[in-house]
Design a protein around this ligand. Structure first.
Ligand code: ATP
Ligand code: MG
Length: 563
């Protein structure tokens, strides 16, 4: 079911395409599309659909169009249109010159509506919203025909043209397909094709239209106009498939794409509905669409996820028709696998404790040559300054501890990563008894290796005080503290399940000087701490680094940090 990049994924949709190709259906053509509604940023669920649609086009020498499904101008805007294009490109996919908008087809769609009216297959309905609901019936009970249903073709044509001309108010009249009010499939009970919306300025068509087509009318026709062969969508559209087919069977268009449904991606500890993500943004519960805790592509990117890791994740989860909720650990292991191989190593002290190495000459600095990656020589080396004063992490020191603690204790020795063995001689405390400094001594003969017969088990990281870059570091955790925050069954408001500990800010961290050259698209392993990236913002002059992910899955209760 799943594969890594480089080999082709297999799934039931690809099997269907293989069969179509074997039968020379569509003359061997494969054309897909990704059809986002520009009413929010893309999220990791969309990435699954993007990877599927663009991936099929890539592997079958086909095409994948980017088409904005922009029939609901109330909630849409041009910022979303741009953000979506950026995100698809960033994910590594390309629509070449095939960028389309459903609104490109408004005139053609209107003509198809006229065609349906002329054929007696659509009518203008005068029922208001509440009456329409009443007439629609229920799952157990057939609907009733609207009193408008038997209007003459001429009257329908006249009314529909007047709807377009702006003669009627919002909600006063709609255009409906004439199918079957007794159909067991509610979608087939004379669905609405057009509604009136005055006073909205559409991001593409401006104020030209006051008549907007519905998704179920627009989508199949847009697909057919673009010559799509496989129209892939999520499972909630399964019951709409008969309507998709009805549309194309009842208008004069000679292309009939096949709608194929797959199950949406749900990811634990987050929400994926655009309505809810919009609420989080609008109510200031997160910093914005690219808040690093958001499951949006922009948020994941800012958090430090790579496009390759997201593509690998999408391949690993596979494509099926089964409802599922994927563990966050799957996403995190995809980014760890990428960064473990590709992120250069750096040293950064997140909870600084100052150390004075008393037998190291004052004013002296050494430049140590250090590998950027322990397994990959091609990543080269960098210089790290070492001096008399260094910072180590508070957690790497205890005044006294049992043998399990392999780091620094009073009177004990530890190896400073990439440098010397150091012993702690004295602990300095403030008036409250808090440790504020360590006095230590180093062994000049231990650079790079332990002398014969001497066992120093612990290795800790450090940064030279004189050369350190001060930075803010942001540690992120799950956005929600519940695995399925918007589980409809228990009726609890998902917002009450936001994790109050999802952001932990460390304002005074010290980084090795090589990190001064970091740019926003770089990724680093801070040794023993996790994977990090530079944020696009600063706090005053201070750079900000985001923790992408810990080194190991601490949620699985595996010890997080090596000793
Ligand atoms: P929402 O219901 O939250 O508004 P949507 O499905 O309406 O989301 P669209 O912009 O219409 O969002 O989605 C564009 C495409 O992405 C659609 O083909 C849709 O099926 C697919 N998609 C959206 N969410 C997911 C998901 N969680 N997993 C897989 N595909 C998804
Ligand atoms: Mg949609």
């Amino acid at each position: 079911m799943s594969t890594e990049e480089g080999s082709k994924p297999t799934n039931f949709i690809r099997h269907m395409i293989d069969e179509d190709l074997a039968n020379n259906k569509n003359n061997g053509r494969v054309a897909t599309r990704f059809p986002p509604e520009p009413n929010g940023y893309l999220h990791i669920g969309h990435a699954k659909s993007i990877a599927l649609n663009f991936g099929i086009a890539r592997d079958y020498q086909g095409t994948c169009n980017l088409r904005f499904d922009d029939t609901n101008p109330h909630k849409e805007n041009i910022d979303f249109v741009e953000a979506i294009q950026n995100d698809v490109r960033w994910l590594g996919f390309d629509w070449d010159d095939r960028l389309y908008y459903a609104s490109d087809y408004f005139e053609k769609l209107y003509d198809f509506a006229l065609e349906l009216i002329q054929a007696g297959k659509a009518y203008v309905c005068d029922l208001d919203a509440e009456q329409t609901r009443e007439y629609r019936g229920t799952l157990k009970q057939a609907g009733k025909n609207s009193p408008s249903r038997d209007r003459s073709v001429d009257e329908n044509l006249d009314l529909f043209q007047r709807m377009r001309a702006g003669e009627f108010k919002d909600g006063e009249r709609v255009l409906r397909a004439k199918i079957d009010m007794a159909s067991p499939n509610m979608n087939m009970r004379d669905p609405t094709l057009y509604r009136i919306r005055h006073g909205v300025v559409h991001h593409q068509t401006g104020a030209e239209w006051c008549l907007y087509p519905m998704y179920d009318f627009t989508h199949p026709i847009s697909d057919a106009l673009e010559g799509i062969t496989h129209s892939i969508c999520t499972l909630e559209f399964e019951d709409h498939r008969p309507l998709y087919d009805w549309m194309l069977d009842n208008i004069s268009i000679d292309c009939h794409p096949q709608q194929i449904e797959f199950s949406r991606l749900n990811l634990q500890y987050t929400v994926m509905s655009k309505r809810k993500l919009t609420e989080l943004v609008d109510e200031g519960l997160v910093e914005g669409w690219d808040d690093p805790r958001m499951p949006t592509i922009a948020g994941l990117r800012r958090r430090g996820y790579t496009a390759a890791s997201i593509r690998a994740f999408c391949d690993r989860i596979g494509v099926t028709r089964a409802d599922n909720s994927v563990e966050m650990a799957m996403l995190e292991s995809a980014i760890r696998d990428d960064l473990n191989v590709n992120a250069p190593r750096r040293m950064a002290v997140l909870h600084p404790l100052k150390v004075v190495i008393e037998n190291y000459p004052e004013g002296q600095t050494e430049e140590l040559d250090v590998d950027n990656h322990p397994q990959n020589e091609a990543m080269g080396q960098r210089k790290i300054p070492f001096g008399r004063e260094i910072y180590i992490d508070r957690d790497d020191f205890k005044e006294s501890a049992n043998k399990k603690f392999k780091r620094l204790v009073t009177g004990g020795e530890v190896r400073l990563r990439n440098a010397y063995v150091m012993r702690c001689d004295e602990v300095i405390k403030d008036e409250q008894g808090e440790i504020i400094e360590l006095r230590c001594s180093y062994d000049a003969d231990t650079l790079g290796a332990n002398p014969e017969g001497r066992k120093v088990k612990g290795v800790i990281h450090w940064v030279s005080v004189a050369h350190a870059i001060e930075a803010e570091v942001r540690l992120y955790d799950r956005l929600f503290s519940h695995p399925t925050p918007d589980d409809a069954k228990d009726g609890v408001d998902y917002k009450t399940r936001l994790n109050p500990e999802s952001l932990h800010t460390l304002s005074y961290c010290y980084l090795e000087p090589a990190l001064a050259d970091a740019s926003v698209d770089d990724h680093f392993q801070f040794e023993r701490e996790g994977y990090f990236c530079l944020d696009r913002t600063k706090v005053g002059d201070k750079p900000v680094f985001n923790r992408t992910v810990t080194l190991r899955d601490s949620w699985a209760k595996i010890e997080g940090q090596g000793d």
